[in-house]
Design a protein around this ligand. Structure first.
Ligand code: CP3
Length: 344
């Protein structure tokens, strides 16, 4: 039954015309209806952990654009919260965490708490899944270990990742313990998501591009590979999309060595390179620049058409190179979707 959904067919290697599409951060502040329900909860994590609100936020963009996939409304930082680290979202500042500084801080993380603390997410998935039409697929997700560890160690966004890069290089054995904890917790969390209705999974490694090749292999490819292996040991058929953002030509080895079924590419990846090097290996997802989406107009439209003509003849899912920016006019999103579907 789920096999008929175009998004899942694309992830199984079929070329679908027009290609299925969804957008990273398709739910969120650029939508007035999101801002309205968001204002009913003070704290962003409370919002994420209220199944009725999170399920409604998930559905809002589907009503406007009939995307081919819904993505669970949550955040990658629920895992540190689940492990017992203090996580808060401050207005205008983004996430703020009690930064890990020592091996003892890592030792205090408690994998056994994750399942209980993240139970509301599973309720959200059940609720979305039970109301979804037969065309739309449900995507579950998690942050990949390096990206989640970056927030856990830096304590906030907007850094250059200096602390995490030093810790990984100078005390690699300690850092490996943290990566093990995250691999274990994330694998169990994703398996649970599939059990509760997720039909495909995406692993967000948004900060992968900070690392040189040797470190990329150790802290990006290897943890993603372990999670793919653990999820597939339980659910061999669930497709997994990797997103090692800004990986450059290392996207190719990432796909080969992790075993993902799809790869989401950022907007800097040249289209002809993606067509010759990635399309033969797996389904490609991407890669409209989120700033061109913000600007709209003919420059955006030409870019959409260039992406469709370069990648549309392989197994492809149309998406952005990174999430929708909060100031994006919703009309621009509608225009892109119309072009993809051949309406204009
Ligand atoms: O894509 C979707 O529609 C699903 C929901 C989703 C959110 N975050 C909701 C959110 C997903 C998939 C994420 C992933 C996420 N979260 C990533 C990986 C993708 C990426 O963007 O690189 C990262 C790095 C985070 C961490 C995070 N969460 C940051 C840095 C921030 C603050 C910046 C911001 O945009 O506000 C968040 C908060 C957040 N996550 C919001 C939303 C809608 C905004 C909070 C609000 O509405 O008050």
């Amino acid at each position: 039954m789920s096999n008929v959904k175009p998004f899942l067919r694309a992830l199984r290697g079929e070329t679908i015309t027009p290609p299925p599409c969804w957008f990273m951060r398709q739910a969120g502040r650029y939508l007035p209806e999101y801002r309205e329900i968001r204002s009913t909860a003070e704290n962003f994590l409370d919002f994420c952990f209220t199944p009725a609100l999170a399920a409604e936020a998930t559905r809002q963009p589907l009503r406007r654009y009939a995307f081919d996939a819904a993505i669970l409304f949550s955040d990658i930082l629920v895992i540190p919260h689940g492990l017992g680290q203090h996580v808060a979202f401050k207005q205008g500042e983004g996430p703020v965490l009690d930064a890990l500084e020592t091996a003892q801080d890592i030792a205090k993380l408690d994998v056994s708490m994750v399942k209980g603390r993240l139970a509301p997410v599973m309720e959200t998935l059940r609720e979305i899944s039970s109301g979804l039409d037969e065309h739309t697929a449900l995507i579950g997700f998690a942050g990949a270990p390096f990206t989640v560890a970056l927030y856990m160690i830096e304590g906030r966004s907007g850094t250059e990742g200096t602390k995490i890069r030093q810790w990984a290089a100078e005390r690699p054995n300690e850092f490996a313990v943290l990566m093990d904890v995250l691999c274990t917790a994330t694998s169990a969390y994703l398996i649970e998501q599939v059990y509760h209705g997720a039909e495909a999974l995406q692993l967000f490694d948004s900060w992968a591009g900070l690392l040189p090749e040797s470190q990329f292999r150790k802290w990006v490819i290897e943890p993603n590979r372990r999670i793919v292996e653990a999820v597939h040991a339980v659910y061999p058929d669930v497709p997994i999309i990797g997103f090692p953002r800004n990986a450059g030509i290392l996207y190719r080895d990432f796909v080969r060595d992790t075993g993902v079924q799809g790869v989401s590419i950022d907007a800097t990846v040249p289209l002809d390179w993606a067509a010759t090097e990635l399309l033969p290996l797996c389904t490609v997802q991407g890669n409209l620049d989120n700033h061109l989406l913000l600007s709209g107009g003919i420059v955006m439209e030409n870019e959409v058409r260039a992406i469709l003509s370069a990648l549309g003849n392989g197994p492809f899912v149309f998406n952005l190179g990174h999430g929708i920016l909060p100031s994006t006019p919703p009309d621009h999103v509608g225009r892109v979707v119309d072009i993809i579907r051949g309406v204009v």
